[in-house]
Ligand binder design. Structure first.
Ligand SMILES: Nc1ncnc2c1ncn2[C@@H]1O[C@H](COP(=O)(O)OP(=O)(O)OP(=O)(O)O)[C@@H](O)[C@H]1O
Ligand SMILES: O=P(O)(O)OC[C@H]1O[C@](O)(CO)[C@@H](O)[C@@H]1O
Ligand SMILES: [Mg+2]
Length: 455
């Protein structure tokens, strides 16, 4: 999809007439290699060839509005009530973001009232809208020391009109929605309903998901903590598999449609021989099929380590009638079949038939990778995203997500954040690194197409 400058403009509620409490700090600020001034923009693309292709002057190139404090703001902080909601699956750093929002709103902007809606967007429905938490600096002081979210989270559909009514009833002027693709979809619908009613309420998204499946952001917060935890399980199965005759180590990791966790966790330990992700289909049978590759590993080095993303090989499960076609969770996300179980069974059967005596060590850490606290990097990231989100809201931006893009914090229109799914590109450099690390791809010396072989 080719994007133009106009596709990247964010919505403003109106003119910024109030002095920002941070205006003195900003008085002398100019764009530098380490700072983007508020009037400047951040380029969407970053290679010479991609920029040249547009054939446009720099100011017309597709670019994002820089995030950060403004000298003038839209809302009078003394009259603001803020709302915060966390939705979808858990993700390391949710509490860090909540804490950062509350601290920035109260300390910098002196906002007096912050309402936490409980248990996801369900908390904005008529039935649950009174079940809220008053968020104060004292209440959030230590919450980053625990995983999860003090607000709770949920899946499941809500009526945008009902949610708008809740915002009006609770007097909310700015709402922060911390969520994944589903949460950003819901926030977009909510913002549209607010706009249709002509209301003066800002909706700012803080994208999160351990799957890292949202586009236009370098990486979503919590992803790094999640894959770091996942890497520990790869170490465990590697040690177990290596210590067993004909050892088979398998780790199944979260990642519904995007294999980023599997790729990064595998690279972090550099111990996997085979990485399977949803974006790269594979066959079980045949000379280059998974079973033959596994057998070659076991025969050559005595064991094999396989990292599989939960969304990989779903076609293989469907072929075998092991997938409930069309089944979804309450939010409409596809329910997956158990690829880990299929691998365990078929690999055991294949190796046994081939005269080996496999010892299978299978770990499905499941929620154990996403219920952890944020690591130090993610904590910093979450805090800075929270600051950016507060600045965006106070400056009257709406239907806007705050993200880090090419190391700069920027504003992305919400429709873009939900325009497509971020996935591992089989032709990109991440997958190339995985293949280099596993040795799962070597070029045949004869001028043949690339051949999949084992390490
Ligand atoms: N297409 C959609 N339109 C409107 N609302 C949606 C849509 N998809 C999901 N939602 C709502 O957004 C909330 C969160 O969605 P979901 O459960 O898919 O998690 P998520 O935000 O994608 O997070 P994660 O992917 O990290 O689990 C749910 O309450 C869900 O009903
Ligand atoms: O929380 P649930 O509904 O079990 O969903 C688990 C899913 O949530 C995620 O953690 C994030 O979308 C996925 O990786 C995983 O498939
Ligand atoms: Mg999602």
């Amino acid at each position: 999809m080719t994007l133009h400058l106009d596709d990247l403009r964010v919505r403003h509620l109106g003119e910024c007439r109030h002095d920002s409490p941070l205006s003195a700090l900003l008085a002398a600020k100019r764009t530098s290699p380490h700072y983007v001034a508020e009037g400047d923009r951040v380029l969407l693309e970053d290679t010479v060839s991609m920029l040249a292709e547009h054939g446009l002057p720099p100011e017309e190139l597709p670019s994002f509005e820089a995030a950060g404090p403004r000298r003038k703001i839209y809302f009078d902080p003394a009259r603001v009530t803020a709302g915060i909601v966390t939705c979808g699956g858990l993700c390391p750093g949710l509490n860090d973001v909540i804490r950062g929002l509350v601290q920035e709103l109260t300390v910098q902007y002196d906002v007096k009232r912050i309402v936490g809606f409980r248990n996801g967007l369900r908390g904005l429905t008529a039935r649950h809208r009174d079940d809220t938490i008053e968020l104060t600096p004292d209440r959030v002081r230590d919450i980053h020391n625990a995983g999860g979210t003090i607000l709770g989270s949920s899946r499941g559909a809500q009526d945008p009109e009902e949610m708008v009514d809740s915002l009006l009833l609770r007097g909310i002027n700015v709402l922060f929605v911390i969520g994944g693709d589903g949460g950003m979809n819901a926030a977009t619908n909510l913002a549209a309903a607010i706009r249709a009613r002509g209301l003066d309420i800002a909706v700012i998204g803080v994208p999160k998901t351990i799957d890292n499946d949202l586009p236009y952001t370098d990486q979503s917060f919590g992803f790094q903590s999640a894959f770091a935890q996942a890497a520990n399980f790869i170490s465990s199965v590697s040690i177990e598999a290596a210590a067993s005759p004909d050892g088979i180590g398998i780790v199944k990791l979260m990642g519904r449609h995007s294999g980023f966790i599997a790729c990064y966790a595998s690279l972090a330990r550099n111990a996997a021989d085979i990485v399977l992700i949803p974006e790269v289909p594979f066959a079980l049978e045949g000379e280059d099929g998974l079973l033959a590759r596994v057998e070659r590993h076991v025969r050559s080095k005595g064991f094999v380590v396989i990292v599989v993303a939960e969304g990989a090989g779903q076609d293989l499960l469907a072929e075998r009638g092991l997938l409930e076609g069309g089944a979804t969770d309450a939010s409409g996300n596809a329910k997956l079949g158990d690829i880990g179980g299929l691998l365990r069974e078929t690999i055991t059967a294949h190796l046994t038939a081939a005269g080996l005596a496999p010892t299978v060590r299978y770990i499905d850490p499941s929620y154990a990778i996403r219920s952890v606290t944020a690591n130090a990097y993610d904590s910093v990231y979450c805090l800075r995203l929270a600051h950016a989100a507060v600045h965006a809201a106070m400056a009257g931006r709406t239907e806007t997500a705050v993200v880090r893009w090419r190391r700069r914090f920027v504003h992305v229109p919400m429709p873009l954040i939900i325009s497509h799914r971020n996935q591992v590109d089989p032709d990109g450099d991440l997958w190339m690194s995985v293949l280099e690390a596993t040795g799962d791809l070597v070029l045949d010396p004869a001028p043949q197409p690339p051949l999949l072989v084992e390490r």
